[in-house]
Design a protein around this ligand. Structure first.
Ligand SMILES: [Zn+2]
Length: 208
């Protein structure tokens, strides 16, 4: 296994994202996924591709390695659905393709490499040679979220007074709001009035 990848999911992410720019001519025709479906070579050194991964962890790292899309470059988004899937967008054409493993990919791999000592090794061996078209499913999609911000200005949320960058604000009834203030928060504020109660509840849980 390629040592750049921490686990099999890394490698699978690479398979998902790699364009036909690899050395093997025979394999080139099989690896026409994210890059080729969008008419782009990967990994990218520019910001013309944006990848959205639907799970965190090593799959996301693998997608970054394969595509050149990174959180730090603002070309990778994480929308945590807990699914091994990713969507790749050509920023210039706005063509987007979502890629995910075929439901029978594991079974197909195990059947293919029956001599392997265990399922994991079977998958690793089989994924090297089974055409990507048999392992992955693809669908062209339209991305609903605004991926590229054209204005780097700062706005102040009318609800919480915090700054919002990169045009990630929402306008409701004429008010500029952050996503959290529209009810889309991933957290709930613990007010001082019930802080003690929350603390007691946590202590009880620890004692149990
Ligand atoms: Zn707010």
């Amino acid at each position: 296994m390629d040592r750049r990848f921490a686990c099999e999911r890394d490698r699978r992410a690479l398979e998902t994202a790699r364009a036909p720019v690899s050395a093997s001519g025979a394999r080139d025709t099989d690896r026409r996924y994210a890059g080729e479906l969008l008419g782009m070579g990967v990994p990218r050194a520019d910001k013309r591709m944006i990848a959205t991964v639907e799970i965190d962890g090593c799959f996301a790292d693998g997608v970054s390695v394969a595509t050149g899309c990174w959180l730090g470059r603002r070309t990778l988004r994480v929308v945590d659905y807990g699914k091994v899937a990713a969507t790749f967008v050509n920023v210039q054409t706005e063509v987007a393709v979502r890629i995910w493993p075929a439901a029978d990919a594991r079974a197909r791999a195990e059947h293919f490499a029956r001599a392997a000592p265990d399922r994991r090794h079977a998958q690793l061996a089989a994924y090297q040679v089974i055409p990507a078209t048999q392992l992955l499913q693809t669908c062209y999609v339209r991305v609903n979220a605004k991926l590229v911000s054209t204005d780097s200005g700062r706005l102040i949320c009318a609800g919480c007074s915090e700054e919002i960058l990169n045009q990630r604000n929402v306008v409701r009834e004429g008010l500029v709001l952050c996503r959290a203030c529209t009810g889309d928060a991933y957290y709930t504020s613990v007010h001082e009035s019930n802080f003690e109660a929350c603390l007691r509840e946590l202590e009880e849980r620890i004692e149990r």
